[in-house]
Design a protein around this ligand. Sequence first.
Ligand code: ARG
Ligand code: ZN
Length: 877
Amino acid sequence: MKESQPSAIYLKDYQVPPYLIDKTELTFDLDEATTVVTSRLHMRRNPESTQQNAPLVLDGGEDVKLIGVAVGDCALPAEAYRVNEDKLVIDSTPDAFVLTCETLIEPQNNTSLEGLYRSSSMFCTQCEAEGFRHITYYLDRPDVMSVFTTTIIADETRYPVMLSNGNEVERGKTEEGKTVVVWHDPFPKPAYLFALVAGDLAVKEDVFLTQSQREVALKIFTESHNIDKVDYAMEALKRSMRWDEETYGREYDLDIFMIVAVDDFNMGAMENKGLNIFNSSCLLASPKTTTDDNFLRVEAIVAHEYFHNWSGNRVTCRDWFQLSLKEGFTVFRDQSFSADMHSDTVKRVEDVSFLKTAQFAEDAGPMAHPVRPASFIEISNFYTLTVYEKGSEIVRMIHTLLGEEKFRAGSDLYFERHDGQAVTCDDFVAAMEDASSIDLTQFRDWYSQAGTPIVTVTDSYDESTKTYQLTMTQETLPTPGQDSKVALHIPVRMGLLSQEGDLLPSSLDGTVSDEHVLHLTDFEQTMTFENVSSRPVPSLLRGFSAPVKLRYEYSAQDLLLLMSSDADGFNRWSAAQQLAVNELTQLINQAIQGQALSVDSTLVDGFRALLNDGSLDPAMVALILALPSQAYLSELANPIYPAAIKQARQHLKKQLANTLSEEFERTYHEHNMAVDYQATAEQIAHRSLKNTALSYWVETGTEAAIAALTKQYETADNMTDQFSALSIAVHGQLSNAGDLLASFYQQWQNEPLVVNKWLALSAGQEQDNALQHVQSLMAHPAFDLKNPNKVRSVLGGFGQNVSGFHNADGSGYRFLADQIILLNKRNPQIASRLCTPLTRWKKLEPTLSALMKAELERILAEDLSKDVYEVITKSLN
Ligand code: ARG
Ligand code: ZN
């Protein structure tokens, strides 16, 4: 452990910057070993600051070497400035001046993938959140917005493509014959949106005509061997640009929009102004190498980063506590876009499943934090599911409360009022309020209160008066630093069904409708519905109208009724999911107690009806048939017995497979169509149902099923079908799984993104020697510790491996802790993310819990990066 430990910074301490930077001129003399960065910052004191005599303190990093600094024409003598750890402090400055700094950085030694670094043969940058300070000294905070001009000097034979934000305005040669390219971005921006790329790249070009008839040049750059995989991203980009014009009235503002794919990237992608940089796994797509899920992910991320041009770049964040201002809103925008491009119900089910599995777990664990955190040690740790996904749910609730039209008026006002500014979540809500005249005072607490509210509903029906009463309570359990909780404003969209499954209109506060939005604002509230003709079954929280845990004692009959008849597609899925959860909960308890597992017939009957109803959307049928995941069941459990959950799921799957084998076989064949691959909602739906049916059918172990799987694997002309067959063989523990895995690697060894899928599947393979197997994968030539995608594939895959990771002797936890220690200094962001499974130790059954805790303590004894330190200490608290 270090002597002095990193400390937290607080939202309540926010102060406006003492200095502003009107213009930023950067020159990069690019070199792999030592790049010289010269900055000329046109600075002045901020008239709005109360600290008019404060020294100038610029952010830097231990990896930035200062060569010289000048104010105006005068080089500063050594006594006029000092470098304190990572800050450059200049005690006195004029009110307005040009500060020149010369610094050296070492891109090829940069393994953290923050700032300027090398990925394969190229240079690239990642500056969000606080990466720019690893390039040069700067006021590295989002409320300092500046107009950037960037000069890149490099050897053109190796770096023919040299890019930065905005427009290329000049090109020439130095005396030594190097190429000089100058880029100018007319839009003021914070340093986190700065980007630079240089490399020998291929380009795919296109044009977009904006709604005001301006031509925008679109360019996607990749290494030359990948340029055949960008057509889908290009089309997705054009769809996104059109959608943002039509849905939000937002037009693109520069004459050129560029995307670059890089292999080594900590996250998914980055919205740098005019120059988005993508993890290649989130951009490249082709039918032969990319699954349906990955196609949809590419489309969603292309849209997400493009949408940031308004929600993030034109209007940005005042400070990093406001991260959800841009991320929550932009996730909401990309979710709405994908829903419009494909099926809104399917999209909603997928997003909510993910939220309830992963965000709910985060919100119930030691890292729980509000959507607008009040403090942090390392901001990189707050690019979380809470900030992104729960942040999006908050925006969605505002949409529900205001309705489509007023919501649009609110977003128009927000963009108009704050264009060119760095603002807060509160400014966003205020614009929504002002445009709609709807009071969101209480609603704002969603931003500051952590934890998932539990909403419990009871009801009663009075036959004689035809009235129906719903009593709702809300409770949010304590989270770290927040012992007592307030009542939130929770919108509950709902309707009533008759016992026959028909719509049952009702009157609430004088409004007669099939559907109402209830406003739960107190800890306990009773709503009375009039003119309800018969005892209803309530359909609650339609479309998942609020991110809460809903508790209502549905009978199995109620759930079957909702599943088959509710007007809300999302709630039909939700009822089926609840039915499966109920069944699995019983089986898990039997498994924990060492009893024989016995399956009830309700779910079987429900699934049979589903498989025999040809009128349903195959995508929805597939979603319903997919049993609740190990991760979701773990989120629901307390304490968690991983092996019992696994056993229960396997048992139920086998029972369903054996009882409904004919249905699954028939469904497989019905949806096994010969078509030219396209990533359309319709085709994806058929493939998804077909492959789900196959996963059950092979559980019967019949020769016909195994033969169908093998044939599909061998003859598939697209990755979805090939990889599904392979995954089913591996997860179904078929005897040919090993051979198929080997042949898959053989076939795809030269396609790194496919190899990553192979790594993840191999690492997730349940087997006796799972840990040794994972260790051998890390020694495999396809593995590379420097590449986050590969680390995530292997260690992420291993984290799903119940027998390997949750090994009873703790060796799985020890192995993961070793990897965290190994990566702690090299790549703190990735090391910190790898800690997530260990942060759940308190919820595990006692033996595993103790083993996990010991590993956290072992990690804490190391000299830790801020990133890992924060997660480990908070977890042990
Ligand atoms: N703003 C990016 C996005 O679109 C995320 C980048 C965060 N990167 C990081 N290293 N923290 O979501
Ligand atoms: Zn984003």
